[in-house]
Design a protein around this ligand. Structure first.
Ligand code: IMP
Ligand code: MG
Length: 179
């Protein structure tokens, strides 16, 4: 029997358990540890959705790293994303660095695409994306994501940092909206 919860009048059912998330996060960290062995990196955490993912991932990284945060929002979003992306941060400090952008979820890919393009203007040594969740069917941006935790169908999810109208970020499991 799947766990079911109510958030802001909508019903969500359990999709990915805390244990499965934890196992997958450790695997992603191992992959990053291998790929960047001997390198110094910058983890660029997108607020607010990626905070729990980033915290758990970072604990498993065995590299010399610094942490930065950024706010990238696609506006007008309730259950779907629109294309208008605003980035609030001074990004010129990323020049010459190996950056890994830590994202909670990629839906249309517009947010991460806009952020990546802006960062490239500042000549980083490299940029890769690490997203806990990818919705491949809705990612029309053409952006390629090197590190993906889970691929899911194009439906709204909450929990483990991800919100619906700012609620649900504290849930330990990831939940999907019921039709
Ligand atoms: P995109 O620009 O359409 O890829 O949307 C990316 C951003 O929208 C993510 O970083 C999330 O903050 C938010 N988002 C997209 N899909 C979901 C979802 O299913 N649940 C919660 N937030 C989402
Ligand atoms: Mg996000």
């Amino acid at each position: 029997m799947k766990k079911s919860i109510q958030i802001q009048g909508y019903t969500f059912t359990s999709l990915i358990s805390e244990n499965n998330i934890s196992e997958r996060v450790q695997q992603l960290a191992e992959q990053i540890n291998n790929d960047y062995a001997g390198e110094e990196i910058v983890l660029l955490i997108t607020l607010k959705g990626a905070i729990l993912f980033a915290a758990d991932l970072m604990r498993n990284l065995d590299l010399e790293l610094t942490v930065e945060t950024i706010i990238a929002k696609s506006y007008g979003k309730k259950l779907t994303s629109n294309g208008d992306v605003q980035i609030i941060e001074n990004i010129n400090k990323f020049s010459g660095k190996h950056i890994i952008i830590i994202e909670d979820i990629i839906d249309t890919g517009n947010t991460i695409n806009a952020l990546t393009k802006k960062l490239f203007d500042y000549y980083p040594a490299s940029i890769e994306i690490c997203s806990l969740i990818l919705k491949p069917e809705s990612n029309t941006s053409g952006i390629s994501v090197k590190y993906v935790g889970f691929e899911i169908e194009p439906k709204f999810v909450i929990g483990y940092g991800m919100d619906f109208n700012e609620f649900g970020r504290n849930l330990k499991d990831i939940y999907i909206i019921e039709d």
